[in-house]
Design a protein around this ligand. Structure first.
Ligand SMILES: [Fe+2]
Length: 180
């Protein structure tokens, strides 16, 4: 069964890179690809929400979140750059995750232009990002990957602040929406 799964993954990798190395990613490598893609998508999402109706007073908060997402992307990419033989596959995983996250944003915000809708989307996106980083923390602790665990600890603390900031913004907007 395990062999079968590895074979299927090997085939999938081979079709995306004909003649290339068939990098076999560990579950932790795959998670790193996912958090890399989510950090990339988060920069687009915060920029999108910053441009929505009623987002004026949240500009500095959104800007900070966007910069921290860029810093997260930079740190993960720097780490992945040292993974010889696997970095291309991890970056491919990131690109897939990013396009899935952007597709989700397009679907969710199809007709919406108001900041509250935007922050509702960020409620899901930031919670998802936090959840992924907590998984990275647990996996890297389990495998004794100290360098990855250190990065994940930093990212989890950043993500907790993002989740709080988005929640506060939603509730502030809810008050103004309720008052009409
Ligand atoms: Fe974030």
């Amino acid at each position: 069964m395990r062999f079968g799964l590895a074979w299927v993954r090997g085939q999938a990798t081979a079709t995306s890179r004909p003649g290339g190395n068939q990098a076999e990613l560990t579950p932790l490598d795959e998670k790193l690809g996912e958090v890399l893609g989510l950090a990339q998508a988060a920069q687009d999402a915060t920029t999108k929400v910053a441009g929505m109706e009623g987002a004026d007073e949240f500009q500095s908060r959104l800007e900070q979140m966007s910069q921290q997402a860029a810093e997260t992307e930079r740190r993960v990419d720097e780490l992945v750059d040292g993974f010889d033989g696997k970095k291309t596959a991890i970056r491919e995983k990131a690109a897939n995750t990013k396009s899935e996250a952007k597709e989700m944003m397009r679907t969710y915000l199809a007709e919406d232009e108001e900041a509250l809708d935007g922050f509702e989307f960020l409620t899901m996106a930031e919670a998802g990002e936090l959840g992924h980083w907590e998984i990275v923390t647990t996996m890297s602790d389990t495998f004794g990957e100290a360098q990855i665990a250190q990065l994940a600890d930093w990212a989890v603390s950043v993500q907790r602040k993002h989740v709080d900031a988005v929640r506060e913004s939603c509730l502030e907007l809810a008050v103004s929406e309720a008052k009409g």
